[in-house]
Each structure stands twice: as structure tokens, then as C-alpha cells.
Design a protein around this ligand. Structure first.
Ligand code: FAD
Ligand code: NAD
Length: 158
């Protein structure tokens, strides 16, 4: 099995798009990620998966905190900025939730403290204990088969 086949298969799982953010020594760093999942309701836990080459990896290990910012349909440009798909540096303003950096306009801002981390293959899984949540009512940005999409308005599967 080659890498392309694996990625094509994983790309068939339609996801939202998040920006993971952390703050270390006063500097905020963000990274686009779709490997995000709810883990537990009691206690409230989530998981993110960070590649071994990502610069944000050691920052989360040191800061022991991260936020998950679920992007709205009109935030594709932010996804591209934090995936390194737009090369020129851009100024991005962050808000604060529970003392952690969050992206304005996200449909959900989820603040977490690192509970545990697990190295699995070439990624590290961070389990986050949720310490704060802020919601906004808007449509999500969707990622499917390697492309950004949006939910079709009024589409129903009944
Ligand atoms: P960098 O490459 O340094 O940062 C990424 C970009 O964000 C840079 O252009 C940087 O300038 C910019 N940036 C960072 N902080 C700020 C700031 N405060 N203000 C302004 N700009 C800033 N990788 C994973 O490991 N796990 C995933 O789940 C995952 N999912 C992805 C989903 C999608 C849809 C896409 C497109 C990519 C995904 N990636 C994922 C890949 C990941 O986003 C890229 O490899 C990313 O470039 C790695 O980021 P980095 O931490 O190495 O930081
Ligand atoms: P793609 O076709 O590479 O990705 C499709 C799916 O494959 C993704 O949604 C993800 O589930 C999986 N995937 C891709 N790269 C992976 C990796 N290195 N490790 C584990 N799973 C991976 O989509 P694309 O538009 O070419 O992606 C843009 C860039 O973002 C690529 O460089 C890709 O590697 C990276 N990416 C990384 C992850 C990740 O590390 N978990 C997830 C998504 C995208």
C-alpha cells in the first residue's frame, strides 16, 4: 500500500477544519488540523494528532495547553495561512478564552490543558482536558478528498 492510497482513503472521511493554537513565552503559534475528535464526556476530553515535523509540537509539549478553533465556512483563508499554504506572513489577531489564545469568528473555541500525550508512529496524540468553550452560530468549513467544501444549503438526507 502506498502513501497516496492511504491518504486518498482517509480523505474520504469528511471533516471540519480546525486551527490548533498555543502560547509559549508570549508568542502565539497556530496550525491547521483536521485530526480532532471528542473522547470523553465525564471528564470532558478531546484528542488532537500532531505530526513529528510540525513546529507546534514542542510548543504544546512545553506550554501544556492548546485550543481547538473549529473554522466557519468563511475562514478558508485562515486555514490556508495556518497550513503554510499562503507563504507571505500575515498578521492574525487572537482573542483569549480561559487565558488561552483563540481565533475570533470560529464556530467553536475549545480551550484545553494537556492531560496526557502518546507518541504513535510519526504523530503525537495530545489528550486535552477541556477548560472552556465558546460557540458561534454559523456554517462550518468542510475538508473532503483534499479539498475545501461547504455544506450545501438546505441539503437533507431524509
Ligand atoms: P508552521 O509551518 O510554522 O506554521 C504554519 C503556518 O502558520 C505558517 O505559515 C506560519 O506563518 C503561520 N502561523 C503560525 N502562527 C501564526 C500566528 N500567530 N500568526 C500568523 N501566522 C501564524 N498536520 C498535523 O500534524 N495534524 C493534522 O491534523 C493536520 N491536519 C491538516 C488538515 C488540513 C485541512 C490541512 C490543509 C493541513 C493539515 N495538517 C495537519 C498539516 C499542517 O497544517 C501543516 O503541515 C503545517 O504547516 C504545519 O505547521 P507547523 O506547526 O510546522 O508550523
Ligand atoms: P491529503 O489527500 O494529503 O489528505 C487526505 C487525508 O489523509 C487527510 O484528511 C488525513 O486524514 C490524511 N493524511 C494526510 N497526510 C497525513 C499525514 N502526514 N499523516 C497522517 N494522515 C495524513 O490532503 P491534502 O490536501 O494534500 O493535504 C494538505 C497537506 O496537509 C498535506 O501535506 C498533508 O500531508 C497535510 N495533512 C496532514 C494531516 C496530518 O498530519 N494528520 C492531515 C491532513 C492533511
Amino acid at each position: 500500500m502506498d502513501d497516496r492510497q492511504f491518504r486518498s482513503a482517509m480523505g474520504k472521511f469528511a471533516t471540519g477544519v480546525t486551527v490548533i493554537a498555543t502560547e509559549l513565552d508570549g508568542d502565539i503559534h497556530g496550525m491547521t488540523a483536521n485530526a480532532f475528535m471528542s473522547v470523553s464526556l465525564d471528564p470532558k476530553l478531546v484528542v488532537i494528532s500532531i505530526g513529528e515535523r510540525a513546529k507546534i509540537l514542542t510548543k504544546i509539549q512545553e506550554s501544556k495547553l492548546f485550543t481547538v478553533n473549529i473554522l466557519a465556512a468563511d475562514q478558508k483563508e485562515l486555514s490556508m495561512i495556518f497550513a503554510g499554504q499562503i507563504k507571505e506572513p500575515r498578521e492574525v489577531a487572537f482573542d483569549t478564552l480561559d487565558g488561552k489564545p483563540v481565533l475570533p469568528g470560529a464556530i467553536a473555541q475549545i480551550a484545553c490543558e494537556v492531560s496526557t500525550e502518546h507518541v504513535e508512529g510519526d504523530h503525537t496524540l495530545f489528550i486535552g482536558k477541556v477548560t472552556g468553550i465558546q460557540l458561534r452560530d454559523a456554517e462550518p468549513l468542510v475538508f473532503y478528498s483534499g479539498q475545501y467544501r461547504s455544506l450545501e444549503e438546505n441539503a437533507s438526507l431524509v
